[in-house]
Design a protein around this ligand. Structure first.
Ligand code: NAD
Length: 264
């Protein structure tokens, strides 16, 4: 889907060097939005991603490698993105990590990192983006939560706590902006086959002596009634809708796109 509905808007997508963030960045760029990338990765690869998007869609791109667990780096990124592209109109809080273990075995440093990256970073980007969005009376904040923002799974205490937390933050942000042209919503994906989930597929294959394909099928069968992965492109299309005028009264939603996961 290509268009000009977001032409001239500037979008910052955290964790956009891979997976869902990259899919959303591409979808927003396809509608004409300039993109500020963030995330880890090889510098040459990231430069290539920037050049690709710029030439494919005729948009401006920017990159800042802020570690989203570090508030001072987040502040630097927000300022640099604004100097580089201009006011941030669309903020997509997407960066995230996972760790799987029972609570009594959960490494405390992993707990701290997951809460910092998957939840607290969105507080910092949001608090820094809101003043100029409110001044312009237009803005879109999209928080990438998860089906785990709505229901739990064993062995994912930090992730489920962070994702339920970001759904709560979404609602408060939506209320505090309710009479303005700024909206805030969460997207709650089910399984998407990105590097974050591939690690869980590989662990399942190793633990059960399964092929990768069997492990994928088993993972889906447990949680996702459709038996199919959600794609970054589908999530990107939902993000584009949330940025549209038609979505101006969609506020504080936690919108699942999960193959039926939370309908059970
Ligand atoms: P991914 O591993 O493919 O991408 C994660 C991105 O975050 C990468 O760009 C990575 O560099 C970046 N990142 C990680 N730590 C960072 C840090 N400290 N600072 C800055 N950037 C950092 O994972 P993904 O599956 O695309 O996940 C993206 C988001 O979607 C996450 O919030 C995740 O929880 C959520 N999500 C994923 C799934 C899924 O099935 N893949 C389902 C629901 C929700």
């Amino acid at each position: 889907m290509q268009g000009t509905s977001l032409k001239g808007k500037n979008a910052l997508v955290t964790g956009s060097t891979s997976g869902i963030g990259l899919g959303i960045a591409r979808s927003l760029a396809a509608q004409g939005a300039n993109i500020a990338f963030n995330g880890f990765g090889d510098a040459a690869e990231i430069a290539k991603l920037q050049a690709q998007l710029a030439s494919e869609f005729g948009v401006k791109t920017f990159y800042h490698g802020a570690d989203m667990s570090r508030p001072e780096q987040i502040a630097d990124m927000m300022q640099a993105a604004e100097s580089g592209l201009g006011r941030i109109d669309i903020l997509v809080n997407n960066a995230g990590i996972q760790h799987v273990a029972n609570i009594e075995d959960f490494p405390t440093d992993k707990w701290d990192a997951i809460i910092a990256i998957n939840l607290t970073s969105a507080f910092h980007t949001t608090r820094l983006a809101l003043p100029s969005m409110k001044a312009a009376n237009w803005g879109r904040i999209i928080n990438i939560a998860s089906a785990h923002g709505l229901v739990a799974s064993a062995q994912k205490s930090a992730y489920v706590a962070a994702k339920h937390g970001i759904v709560g933050l979404t609602k408060v942000t939506a209320l505090e902006t309710a009479t303005t042209g700024v909206t805030c919503n969460a997207i709650c994906p089910g399984w998407v086959l990105t590097p974050l989930v591939q690690k869980q597929v590989d662990a399942r294959a190793a633990a059960g002596g399964l092929s990768i394909d069997e492990a994928k099928k088993g993972l889906l069968a447990e949680k996702q009634p459709s038996g199919e992965f959600v794609t970054p492109e589908q999530l990107g299309a939902l993000a584009v809708f949330m940025c549209s005028d038609a979505a101006s009264q969609v506020r504080g939603a936690a919108w699942n796109m999960d193959g039926g996961w939370v309908a059970q």
